[in-house]
Design a protein around this ligand. Structure first.
Ligand SMILES: O=P(O)(O)OC[C@H]1O[C@H](OP(=O)(O)OP(=O)(O)O)[C@H](O)[C@@H]1O
Ligand SMILES: Nc1ncnc2[nH]cnc12
Length: 207
């Protein structure tokens, strides 16, 4: 310890500078993303990877969409436009997080992570489920959802529907009301909608 007082950064000034920079960057994206065709072009970037994570599964990979600035903007705006009115947006680990956070931020609401088991320090509810390539458990944190809050559930892919159905059950166990489910890509052959009967389900693209 030298006893010297460390110079603290001016946080208020820094935050205001960042806010302006973010607003300018966002406006630039909004200017670019003006056509529905932009969303279609973004969705065209989804890559099909055979035999991942196991033989026989055709994996739908959104990473090429995420890494393209214009496509990412179109995707976030597309999901936000498809989102039902909600008090909070829930994103399903892990790929749902990538969309739920910017959508929630853009819509001016909070974001709740629906997590795989063992990650949360205080668990309000846990649900087990099956998916195309295995079984898993999802959890939601204590206090993440207030009683009666309307929750939009967001994920990248709807396949067998086990994951999204488990997320909806969790939201309800936590006291929320599912306003709807929004996914980027629905794999129709796996009939995930059958697991989500009674919920409003919107897919930006169905294959
Ligand atoms: O409709 P289902 O058959 O339930 O499958 C859909 C789920 O599978 C994928 O997640 P995965 O469990 O592979 O986890 P990850 O996002 O952590 O890769 C995808 O992101 C969905 O959450
Ligand atoms: N085929 C698939 N591609 C991407 N994510 C998935 N989740 C479950 N099935 C999937």
């Amino acid at each position: 310890m030298t006893g010297e007082t460390q110079q603290q950064p001016d946080l208020a000034a820094a935050v205001s500078g960042v806010g302006e920079a973010m607003a300018a960057a966002q406006q630039a994206v909004v200017k670019q993303v003006t056509l529905a065709g932009d969303l279609e072009a973004a969705l065209d970037l989804i890559r099909d990877v055979p035999d991942f994570p196991e033989p026989g599964v055709l994996f739908r990979d959104l990473t090429p969409v995420l890494s393209d600035a214009k496509a990412l903007g179109a995707l976030v705006y597309g999901v936000a436009a498809a989102c039902p009115a909600a008090d909070v947006v829930a994103g399903i680990e892990a790929r749902g997080f990538l969309l739920a956070a910017p959508v929630a931020y853009g819509c001016g609401v909070g974001m709740v992570p629906v997590r795989k088991a063992g990650k949360l320090p205080a668990v309000a509810a846990k649900v087990s489920y099956a998916l195309e390539y295995g079984t898993a458990e999802l959890e939601i944190a204590v206090g993440a959802i207030q009683p009666g809050q309307r929750v939009a559930v967001i994920d990248d892919v709807l396949a067998t529907g086990g994951t999204a159905a488990a997320a909806c059950e969790l939201v309800e166990q936590a006291g929320g009301v599912v306003a709807g489910v929004v996914v980027v890509l629905e794999i129709a052959a796996l009939n995930g909608r059958a697991e989500l009967e009674g919920y409003q389900v919107t897919a930006l693209r169905t294959v």
